[in-house]
Write a protein that binds this ligand. Structure first.
Ligand SMILES: Cc1cc2nc3c(=O)[nH]c(=O)nc-3n(C[C@H](O)[C@H](O)[C@H](O)COP(=O)(O)O)c2cc1C
Ligand code: SF4
Ligand code: FES
Length: 561
């Protein structure tokens, strides 16, 4: 229906009528543009974020006219579209009369490893040296490339060990797309027995036998919580179908880059593991929620999912790849599910748990990328691939993402009983001129431990007595040249930025903590009060764990605060 044929809203009384509905009016041209972009895709609510990406990618921002048109096209209120668009950092909402952002955006990572490597000075040099009307320089949280800090993203081109000169050269050459490195393709994977395990299970497998194998291997969730993987399958199966599987590829915990490491090298190990888990719980669809900060991984997955469809290993559409939009909280599984449904990433209250009420309110198995990588290896190589390694009384293997003041930052697959000394040794020892002072054992949520605590295995359950936990095994090493106080402030700034704002203890607590932590001398009594409120009353793990860096710095580095 053309605009002028549409009925308006009338009030009774002569001369009081309005010809149009209240609020922002629909712009015909913007509406046409949106319809062209969406093509014949179904106007499903859960695709809202995908559609916002289409507009942002094509027009460089989300104008008010396009948002209005998208709301019209999807039969949603403008408020619903606006609240989603404005929740995610990678969307630029531009109202009438506002200038759109420049054509090129540089995101400079300012999380801990990059800050240690000089991110602040880098950002300043870029802001001073570049034409602000052509290039916008903004800060951004960890991009999962902490081993090559400092890092920035120019368009979608990540520049490792970034310098202003490298940026200028890349701009001059027009290099703004992601680099795809060599990886194992479907043909190579299949020729070495890949997908044989899946095919055999689909033919006459017993899911409980596979579950037992996974339990026997000792595999636990590698997204951070460490829940025994096989057990979860049983919980999901206990609920009537249809069921779904949702892969957590958000990898936003600063210092973590193990999922990216595996996906950029052996994507099919992960994909086969995912399809085995999906077979075990009889999932109707596999959603893969991949962070927008990993454009190369997104492209690899697009290609290899297509290859799987062409090879007849999965039906078209069985794997539904979803692109995040720059929100750490979407790594929390219920927030991820909200985001898959096209909404703001706001954690849900539990119970019910996602195994019972997940995507579209159906029972959902959520797994981290690396967990599924190991599911495939356990099925292909047997539980021994994990359960025959023993060290310091601990069993299994752990992929440590190591960065900071070590000689060779990177991902190291080591016994799960490794101590920080083993991890530093694997990473080539301390960087030249640096003396070991402190370490973050598993992301900022795990806080900061002093070098004197160097004989504890960095595994699930071992760090809790120290007020910490292994989380995603994101180890950042600090030296005598670094300040523990500054590191804790960096971590709290991250939580402040990434808090979804749903609950007061976290939203206000993070903000207050950041203010208090900027003082020369910390008001430790007040900070402890804030920490208690956050830990006791926050809804999700972000607010509950955010006090860890504060408390651990007060305890172990009291001379600095
Ligand atoms: C604030 C917060 C952020 C999280 N971020 C991630 C993440 O980026 N990736 C991930 O796999 N799990 C993350 N988790 C853990 C997930 O909620 C969930 O436990 C996990 O995806 C389950 O998979 P797993 O059992 O295979 O580990 C996060 C949890 C919280 C509380
Ligand atoms: S703890 Fe923080 S991130 Fe979690 S729900 Fe509350 S406000 Fe949101
Ligand atoms: S990429 Fe900068 S801290 Fe991770």
């Amino acid at each position: 229906m053309a605009l002028d044929e549409r009925k308006g809203v009338w009030k009774s009384g002569k001369g009081k009528g309005r010809r149009t509905p209240k609020g922002r009016q629909l712009d015909e041209q913007a509406w046409d543009e949106v319809r062209t972009l969406l093509g014949d895709q179904p106007r499903r609510r859960d695709l809202l974020i995908e559609f916002l990406h289409l507009i942002q990618d094509s027009y460089g921002c989300l104008s008010a006219a396009h948002l209005r048109a998208l709301a019209e096209e999807m039969r949603l209120s403008q408020a619903e579209v606006y609240e989603v668009a404005s929740f995610y950092a990678h969307f630029d909402v531009v109202k009438e009369g506002e200038a759109p952002p420049p054509a090129l955006t540089i995101r400079v990572c300012d999380s801990l490893s990059c800050e240690l490597a000089g991110a602040q000075a880098l950002q300043k040099a870029l802001e001073d040296g570049l034409d602000a009307s052509a290039v916008r320089v903004v800060r951004a949280p960890c991009m999962g490339r902490c081993d090559t800090a400092p890092v920035l993203e120019l368009g979608h081109n990540h520049i490792d060990h970034a310098t202003p000169k490298k940026v200028e050269d890349a701009i001059a050459r027009g290099e703004t797309s992601a680099h795809i490195m060599e990886y194992q393709k479907l043909t190579d994977y299949s020729s070495s027995g890949g997908y044989d395990a899946l095919k055999a299970l689909r033919a006459d497998g017993d899911w409980e036998a596979v579950q037992n194998k996974v339990l026997e291997s000792g595999l636990r969730g590698l997204g951070g919580a460490g829940f025994p993987s096989g057990k979860k399958w049983g919980f999901v199966r206990a609920n009537a179908g249809p069921r779904y599987l949702a892969v957590n590829g958000d990898e936003g915990e600063p210092g973590t880059f193990k999922d990216r490491y595996y996906l950029e090298r052996t994507p099919h190990l992960f994909l086969e593991g995912m399809l085995i888990a999906a077979w075990a719980v009889e999932a109707e669809t596999c959603f893969i929620y991949m962070r927008d900060e990993y454009p190369a991984v997104l492209e690899i997955l697009r290609r290899e999912i297509k290859a799987l469809e062409t090879a007849g290993i999965v039906e078209e559409g069985y794997i539904d790849l979803r692109r995040g939009a720059g929100a750490y909280i979407c790594g929390e599984e219920s927030a991820m599910i909200e985001s898959i449904e096209g909404k703001r990433g706001i954690p849900r209250h539990r119970p019910p748990f996602v195994a019972q009420v997940g995507v579209f309110d159906r029972p959902t198995l959520v797994h981290n990328v690396e967990t599924l990588h190991w599911v495939a290896r356990v099925c292909r190589e047997g539980p021994e691939v994990l359960n025959t390694t023993e060290k310091n009384g601990r069993v299994g293997l752990r992929s440590y993402s190591v960065s900071g003041r070590v000689t060779k930052p990177g991902v190291y697959l080591l016994p799960a009983g490794s101590t920080i000394m083993d991890v530093i040794e694997a990473a080539g020892g301390m960087a030249e001129g640096h003396v070991f002072k402190a370490y973050q054992p598993g992301g900022p949520s795990s806080g900061l431990l002093p070098a004197s605590i160097n004989d504890v295995p960095l595994d699930f359950d071992t760090l809790q007595p120290l007020g910490s936990f292994i989380g995603s095994a994101a180890v950042v090493v600090l030296s005598d040249k670094d300040s523990a106080k500054a590191a804790a402030l960096n971590m709290l700034r991250f939580f402040e930025d990434e808090s979804c704002g749903q609950c007061t203890p976290c939203r206000v607590g993070c903000e207050k903590a950041v203010k208090l932590m900027q003082a020369e001398t910390w008001d430790q009594g007040l900070l402890e009060e804030v920490c208690t409120a956050m830990a006791d009353a926050s809804i999700c793990g972000l607010g509950q764990a955010a006090p860890n860096p504060i408390r651990m710095v007060m305890k172990h580095f009291s001379d600095e605060v």
